[in-house]
Design a protein around this ligand. Structure first.
Ligand code: GDP
Ligand code: MG
Length: 441
């Protein structure tokens, strides 16, 4: 997205408020980016509309392009939508034994996620967890959970042939209560597609277990389809949270945005691989960056303000390293000082200038003096500023008069300029390539 946007805005160098056209052009690209990240069309459309309202008329920070600014607004809005309420990663597991029901399509990662979460609850929260597989259609699936359980040191409910999911759920509940477990997790069977059977089975289990959390496991790579799955499960069974799996893959994670926008259910965790540790609390910031595929733009915009000042200082240093220091440079310094509230701030940024900064300050530099000096420089012509040697008696009188000051004030300013300029030159020559040049490297 960032490439695309900067392409659009490369020619757009003007500053100021974002115009409607700027925003429109950028948002067209944002919409395409969202669709490419598998965000569903209605969600993308609503989202862009929300951003448009926020962005129109916002002032553009000086050193970023309107495109980048729009990206920042998009990013912030995205995070708002993704975050939702409640704390990501938190599970309601008070009142032991707390049942957690895992639902989702076949292959979405239910069994893997069940074990990952069990391990997390055990390791992080010191909880005693019991896992039970309700996948009676596939004996291998029950075996899979038992193997994972051994691997992570979490108990699984013994497998009893011929039981149906509801019977297993009941047995898990009893076993969890008797065995003093804090949590018991019910890993249900999935189908490739949602059908009445699957839903009915999950609903029956829910009615028996009365789960504290019903987590919908969704393959993060499935994109738009995930929304239908989530809507269906939520309508029929009631979902308390979503786990997005396979976020270690190439998928852009657009499903996350769609699901949040459509179901309003919080995304609690993301799966980041096949290993048992590969699960993390959902972080809106990370997914937002990924959906937009925009790298550092947001950070760039946030840094913009600082950068302007740093850029100016750098430019000045480069000029000074060449022994150039005219009245424009001095004016810029004085203005910076005014802004930054003191000489030390500015000069502190330059090597070897700290001491001089102190001298100048001790000599009674306050805002009023700074402003007078700036006014003096403003009364000079462009030629005079670039080449202070031009300043002879008649010009001095004109300048002093123009700024409501005395010629003696101007003389003081010129003396300061000469001293600073000499110092710059010395520093520029110092050492191989000059001290400032060294500092610039
Ligand atoms: P279930 O049918 O919903 O129970 O799905 P499984 O838990 O059996 O997972 C199906 C496959 O996806 C297995 O090979 C898992 O190792 C793999 N898988 C699950 N979660 C992730 C994940 O977050 N990242 C990756 N790369 N693979 C995963
Ligand atoms: Mg399974």
């Amino acid at each position: 997205l960032s490439d695309r946007l900067s392409g659009v805005f490369d020619r757009l160098t003007k500053q100021g408020a974002l115009s409607d056209d700027d925003v429109k052009t950028a948002l067209r690209e944002v919409r395409v980016a969202l669709l490419e990240a598998d965000v569903s069309l209605p969600v993308a459309r609503d989202f862009v509309k929300a951003v448009q309202e926020k962005a129109t008329g916002q002032a553009v920070t000086k050193s970023v392009t309107p495109g980048q600014q729009v990206v920042k607004i998009v990013h912030d809005t995205l995070i708002d939508v993704l975050r939702g309420e409640g704390e990501p990663g938190a599970l309601k597991i008070d009142n032991p034994p707390a049942p957690i029901l895992m639902v989702g399509l076949q292959g979405s990662g239910k069994t893997t996620t069940t074990a990952k979460l069990a391990k997390r609850l055990k390791d992080r929260d010191g909880k005693r967890v019991l896992m039970a597989s309700l996948d009676v259609n596939r004996p291998a699936a029950m075996e899979q959970l038992a193997i994972l359980g051994k691997q992570i040191g979490v108990d699984t409910l013994p497998i009893v042939k011929g039981e149906d999911p509801v019977q297993i759920a009941k047995r898990a509940k009893t076993q969890a209560a008797m065995g003093g477990y804090d949590v018991y997790m019910l890993d249900t069977a999935g189908r490739l597609h949602i059908d009445a059977d699957l839903i009915a089975q999950a609903a029956a289990v829910r009615d028996v277990a009365n789960p504290r959390e019903t987590l919908l496991v969704v393959d993060g790579l499935t994109g738009q389809d995930a929304v239908n799955v989530a809507t269906e499960f939520d309508d029929k069974i009631g979902v308390t949270g979503v786990v997005l799996t396979r976020m270690d893959g190439d998928g852009r994670g657009g499903a996350a945005l769609s699901m949040r926008a459509v179901t309003g259910k919080p995304i609690k965790f993301v799966g980041l691989g096949e290993k048992m540790d590969a699960i993390e609390t959902f972080e809106p910031e990370r997914i937002a960056g990924r959906i937009l595929g925009m790298g550092d733009i947001v950070a760039l915009v946030e840094k913009a303000q600082e950068t302007i000042e740093a850029e100016q200082a750098e430019k000045m240093m480069r000029r000074m390293a060449k022994g150039q220091f005219n009245m424009n440079d001095l004016k810029m310094q004085l203005e910076q000082m005014l802004k930054m509230g003191g000489m030390e701030g500015v000069m502190g940024m330059m090597p070897g200038m700290g001491k001089m900064a102190k001298q100048v300050q001790d000599a009674g530099f306050d805002d009023k003096v700074l402003k007078q000096q700036i006014a003096l420089i403003q009364s000079m012509t462009r030629k005079e500023r670039a080449n202070p040697q031009l300043l002879q008696a008649s010009r001095k009188k004109r300048i002093a008069k123009g700024s409501g000051m005395e010629v003696s004030d101007l003389n003081k300013l010129m003396k300061m300029h000469r001293q600073m300029s000499d110092m710059m030159k010395k520093m520029g020559k110092m050492g191989k390539g000059g001290m400032l040049k060294q500092a610039m490297k």
